[in-house]
Design a protein around this ligand. Structure first.
Ligand SMILES: [Zn+2]
Length: 246
């Protein structure tokens, strides 16, 4: 047994966040998720008995050099760290299930189960405009979003509703992705990134022909709506920030 690993495992805290299905069926996705969570939170992560644990101790030794930047808390998001600790420390068991090719979602808000689909994740990451950091829709961000739909995450809905029960979705600055402000994570991460993470402006895509667009800043949203309602030829200025879904 590797001594460094044994020592560091003493510092990991395991709640009841169950990733057993990923260990058995989709270890690549699990590794990608852990990389994302490290980058977002600056914490270290480990899996034991199918449970995901975290450590606030700086991870030194065999992976120390390779993880510089990850484990520098100053380069991560304090808000992501707060959410991830809440997620992993929770007294409720949340189970993550591999759902390759079939979508990222919580099948039942009362079940504490999260289905993850790295194929859908790739479509989002590949669709970011060249001036955006693809990690703005990393699997780690998607995991946090989906967790917001579970009981332990708060059973939040994707959009807010006005007094008449109509969905408020990107029509004003009040839009938040669930009630957890994931845009706050994007803002904090963007400070340390050469490419901006920007802020998601809508839940639903604006569809132009066969192509869906998700605005990632206000001017892009305005331009997309103008094109949509006035049937103008679709052209976004080069500084626009958006995600394009073919
Ligand atoms: Zn959602």
């Amino acid at each position: 047994m590797d001594f460094e690993k044994t020592i560091s495992e003493l510092y990991y805290k395991y709640g009841s966040f169950n990733v057993r299905d990923l260990v058995n069926n989709n270890p690549d996705l699990l590794n990608a998720l852990i990389d994302d969570l490290k980058r977002l939170t600056g914490l270290s992560f480990n899996v034991a008995n199918g449970l995901l644990g975290y450590s606030r101790v700086r991870h030194l030794g065999s992976t120390g050099l390779g993880s510089i930047g990850y484990n520098r808390r100053s380069y991560s998001s304090s808000y992501a760290r707060k959410l991830v600790v809440e997620m992993l420390d929770n007294i409720r068991t949340t189970t993550v299930v591999s759902n390759t090719g079939s979508g990222n979602y919580v099948p039942n808000a009362n079940l504490d189960e999260i289905n993850l689909d790295e194929v859908e994740g790739e479509v989002l990451q590949n669709g970011v405009s060249s001036n955006l950091n693809p990690n703005t829709f990393s699997m780690g961000m998607i995991l946090l979003h989906e967790w917001g739909h579970t009981i332990s995450g708060g059973q939040y809905e994707d959009v807010d509703y006005d007094n008449n029960g109509n969905a408020i979705d990107g029509k004003n600055e009040g839009f938040n992705e669930l009630a957890h402000d994931y845009n706050r994570i994007r803002r904090q991460m963007g400070r340390y990134s050469l490419q901006s993470w920007r802020r998601r402006k809508t839940y639903n895509l604006d569809t132009m022909g066969q192509t869906g667009y998700m605005a990632m800043n206000r001017t892009s949203r305005r331009r997309i709506l103008k094109t949509y309602y006035r049937h103008r030829p679709f052209r976004l200025p080069s500084h626009s920030k958006f995600i394009k879904i073919p």
